[in-house]
Design a protein around this ligand. Structure first.
Ligand SMILES: [Zn+2]
Length: 237
């Protein structure tokens, strides 16, 4: 369990949408709570008693018991690791993966939405669908994180997985992607779901028209997404 007094503050650091915890529509809150709990446990493995241990270590230091402080700190030591620099996945490859997976998260089965649709909805409905390019807390509608399609590496690059091979890439919803991080499926006890054939297109078929309704903005990489999508047969004019 996440200590209640830590949750809000901690999650704000790592999950940019604390309002998600308070959302109760369609069971979203429960799903996000599970994701956050997994994330929390991953970042703070095996223990949630830091608020007892750290004051103890500080007290030992102040009383001159440096050996005791060193010993206790060694018990909670966190080893730095190299974080691989990941090459960017081009929109065209992302679209290829999303289409193959029918725009559905291969981890939880939730349907997802083409990412740049979100900022367009933010432009069209500025009062009701706030959108911040960094998904800033309090300035971004919770649907953005819950529904956005992202490409996830099944075998993380840090575990030797190919960064840019479609065979190692799957569609994920943002919460699953954030939870998985660079862990292997076996570490999480997750399995890939088979693709269920579906006509769901992640709203990609409506994207160009939405972009026009929003006034043809050129930020948020819209031109790149439009080009990537225009290569798709069903979108050729
Ligand atoms: Zn998911």
């Amino acid at each position: 369990m996440i200590p209640a007094e830590l949750t809000e503050e901690f999650v704000q650091e790592i999950v940019p949408l604390p309002e998600l915890q308070r959302t109760t529509i369609n069971g979203v809150a429960e799903k996000v709570r599970i994701h956050i709990e997994l994330l929390f446990n991953r970042l703070m493995p095996n223990r949630n008693d830091y608020l007892e241990i750290l004051p103890e270590i500080v007290a030992q230091l102040l009383s001159g018991d440096c050996a005791g402080a060193q010993r206790d700190m060694a018990n909670i030591a966190y080893t730095r690791r190299e974080v691989s620099k990941r090459p960017a996945i081009k929109p065209s490859l992302k679209i290829q993966v999303f289409r193959r997976d029918c725009w559905t998260c291969r981890y939880c089965g939730q349907q997802t939405i083409l990412y740049p649709v979100m900022p367009l909805l933010g432009v069209i409905f500025p009062d009701h669908f706030p959108y911040h390019s960094n998904w800033k807390a309090g300035q971004t509608h919770p649907a953005v994180a819950v529904c956005t399609a992202v490409v996830d590496h099944v075998v993380p690059g840090s575990h030797g997985g190919a960064w840019l091979e479609a065979s190692n890439l799957v569609t994920a919803c943002w919460p699953c992607n954030a939870t998985k991080g660079d862990l292997a499926l076996s570490e999480l006890g997750w399995q890939l779901r088979p693709v269920d054939e579906s006509s769901w297109d992640g709203l990609s078929g409506s994207y160009r028209q939405l972009w026009e309704i929003a006034g043809k903005p050129t930020d948020e990489a819209h031109p790149h997404w439009l080009r990537a999508l225009s290569c798709m047969p069903e979108l050729r004019e």
